[in-house]
Each structure stands twice: as C-alpha cells, then as structure tokens.
Design a protein around this ligand. Structure first.
Ligand code: CAA
Ligand code: NDP
Length: 293
C-alpha cells in the first residue's frame, strides 16, 4: 500500500496540536485541525497566526509563506472531515482512555491505507496500536515543545508497525525539516525518560524545602546551562502532562524511583496546570511571572 502523504489531520488544537499543524502547513501539507470544540480550534488557529506572524517579523519566513500556510489549515469541527487525510497525528490530552476513544471513533472513517500516528509523551505505542484496526500503520511521532522551534522528533515503532509506515513517517519528518531519534517502545521513550525524573526531582527539592522556586530554577539555568529552569519548564509543558508521564513511568517500570512528587499531584488537583491555566509553580496573571511558593 504505497501512499503519498499530502493531507494531514491533527486531533487536539492545544499547544502541541497547533504547533504540529503550523509546521505541517509551512512544509506544504494541507491540514485539517480537529478538537472537541469549535472554540478550541479557533483559539488554536489564532495561536498559529500569532506564531507565524512572529516568524515573519523575525525574517524566518516571508509574509507570503504565512498567508499560504494559514490557507492550508482548515478547521475540522467533526471527525468526519478527516476522512480523506493520508496521515492523522493525534495530539489530545495525555490520557490513554481519551486516546483510545478517539481512535475508536476515528478508524472507521479513515481510508484503509491512512497512517495513524500519536504524539503521546509516554504511553505504549504497541498498546495504543492494538486498540485500533491498523496496528501495522500505527506509529509514535513525538514532537517537542515548542514545535516550531525544537529540532527533534522521536520516532517510536510499536511491535506491529510495518517498515513502510516507518519509512513514510521518516520522510514526513524530514520534509518538516526536523531531525529524528528512534526510540524503542518503552515508557516515556528517551527524552521524557530522562527529562521528567529530573523535573520530578526538582519538585521534590522544592517540596522538601531545599530551595525556593526561584532558587531551583536559577540553579539549573546558571549552574547547568539549561535554557529554562526545571519548574519553569514543568509549567511550560503543563503539570497535568508532567504528572501523567510520571504515572506512566511509575506504573510501566514498577520502580519507586519514578513516584510522582505529592506536590505535583497537589498542583494538578488544584487545577494549577502551569502556563496554560495561568498558574503553576509561577503565577502568570501579572506582567511578570511570580513564584507561587
Ligand atoms: C513533554 C514532552 O513530551 C517532550 C517535550 O517537549 S519536553 C520540552 C522540550 N522543550 C524544552 O526543553 C524547551 C526549553 N526551552 C528552550 O529551549 C527555550 O527557552 C525556547 C526555545 C523555548 C525559547 O527560547 P528563548 O530564546 O529563550 O525564548 P524567547 O526569546 O522567548 O523566544 C525566542 C523565540 O522563540 C519563538 N517562540 C517562543 N515560544 C514559542 C512558541 N511557543 N511557539 C512558537 N514559537 C515560539 C519566538 O519566535 C520567540 O521570539 P520572540 O522573542 O519574538 O517571542
Ligand atoms: N506539552 C508538551 O510539552 C508536550 C506534550 N506532548 C503530548 O501532546 C499531547 C497534547 O499535549 P498538549 O498539547 O500539551 O496538551 P493541551 O492540554 O495543550 O491540549 C490538548 C488538547 O486536546 C483537546 N482534547 C481533549 N480531549 C479531546 C478529544 N476527545 N478530541 C479532540 N481533542 C481533545 C483539549 O481540549 P480541552 O482542553 O477542552 O480538554 C486540548 O485542546 C499529549 O499527548 C502530550 O503528552 C508531546 C510533546 C510535548
């Protein structure tokens, strides 16, 4: 089943989904952007326009490219509008039940040869693939945040992913101008297997009173040359996503070293999910972020 990818469907118009739609459209793919509500799609489109405009003002792209990219992205208010896509990239919340429900609704609508990819940060590709009608044509294409700026994509094959699916995904990421690193299908793959325990440890460092939010972030920015401190990065990723990844690591590897910090749990229970809700380890409601502890 040789396939040429021309049209991409993106499910989830949040920070990752809108970034994925952005880079696909700039690379010349037609894009159908879906989310559970029209409002979410519209706010995703507005973010894409803002980020494209910033790229124009920084002379990374031309104004004509901004206009052309925006024209290539269509709002898909219902999943039926994804029926003619060649590749779907699912980027809804990091929750296995939600993802499975999406695939159950989506698969009967897709062309048999269409490739189904997930941008999951941590969940087993093999297990997600097994819940669909096309495990051979299922793959993990894991983008990094912020998508337009980060060079890496992790490619993760499930046990049944066929070679053609892998090659098509590789060619797709090449056309996006990204570099790939291939990971085996184990909890949280490579980047998050290493990054998230570091972030979780930073939260323990705060929880145990070793340092304040500002001290911990300053320590890692200036002491280890990280572009963002770990707590700032946790807020940037989303604390709900951080907690989900830690839970997948904890359960999937059955090792207590991955237990999520209770303070992370508390923030998520409060609905303080980081930048996307304006409050996390920092409060973003004013002009400059203020630490919440
Ligand atoms: C959880 C997972 O599954 C996997 C993951 O993604 S883990 C997270 C991986 N990502 C990281 O670790 C990011 C770490 N941070 C960084 O590398 C940098 O801080 C950064 C690249 C995000 C920004 O770099 P910076 O030079 O400090 O930022 P900043 O000056 O604000 O932005 C530079 C430009 O980036 C662009 N930019 C920033 N945020 C952006 C976004 N969300 N989307 C698109 N473009 C963005 C803008 O063009 C911005 O220009 P302006 O100054 O006009 O705003
Ligand atoms: N944040 C990050 O740094 C990274 C995240 N990822 C992964 O990308 C995925 C998305 O994360 P991110 O963009 O940060 O999350 P966000 O919370 O920003 O966005 C998720 C979007 O999916 C929507 N959504 C929820 N349920 C459904 C559904 N049934 N159908 C369609 N859309 C739905 C949400 O709507 P609503 O808000 O209304 O629920 C929201 O708009 C996750 O799997 C995450 O692990 C991968 C790399 C990096």
């Amino acid at each position: 089943m040789v396939l040429e990818i021309k049209k991409v469907g993106v499910i989830g118009a949040g920070q990752m989904g809108n970034g994925i739609a952005h880079v696909c459209a700039l690379a010349g793919y037609d894009v159908a952007l879906n989310d559970i509500s029209t409002d979410r799609i519209q706010s995703g489109l507005a973010t894409i326009n803002g980020n494209l405009t910033r790229q124009v003002s920084k002379e990374i792209i031309k104004e004509e490219e901004r206009v052309a990219a925006l024209e290539r992205i269509k709002a898909a208010d219902s999943m039926d509008q994804l029926a003619d896509v060649d590749l779907v990239i699912e980027s809804a919340v990091e929750n296995e039940q939600v993802k499975r429900k999406i695939f159950a609704q989506l698969c009967p609508l897709l062309k048999p040869e269409a490739i189904l990819a997930t941008n999951t940060s941590s969940i087993s590709i093999t297990r997600l693939a097994a819940s669909t009608d096309r495990p051979e044509r299922f793959i993990g294409i894991h983008f990094m945040n912020p998508v337009p700026l980060m060079e890496l994509i992790e490619l993760v094959r499930g046990i049944a992913t066929e070679d053609e699916t892998f090659e098509l995904a590789k060619e797709f990421t090449r056309r996006l101008g990204k570099t790939t690193a291939v990971s085996e299908d184990f909890p949280a793959f490579m980047v998050n297997r290493i990054l998230l325990p570091m972030i979780n440890e930073a939260i323990y460092t705060l929880y145990e009173g070793v340092g304040s939010v500002e001290a911990i972030d300053t320590a890692m920015r200036l002491g280890a040359n990280h572009p963002m401190g770990p707590l700032q990065l946790a807020d940037f990723i989303g604390l709900d996503t951080c907690l989900s990844i830690m839970q997948v690591l904890y359960e999937g590897l059955a090792d207590s070293k991955y237990r999520p910090c209770p303070l992370l749990v508390k923030y998520v229970e409060a609905g303080w999910l980081g930048r996307k809700t304006q409050r996390g380890f920092y409060d973003y409601r004013g002009e400059t972020p203020v630490p919440t502890r």
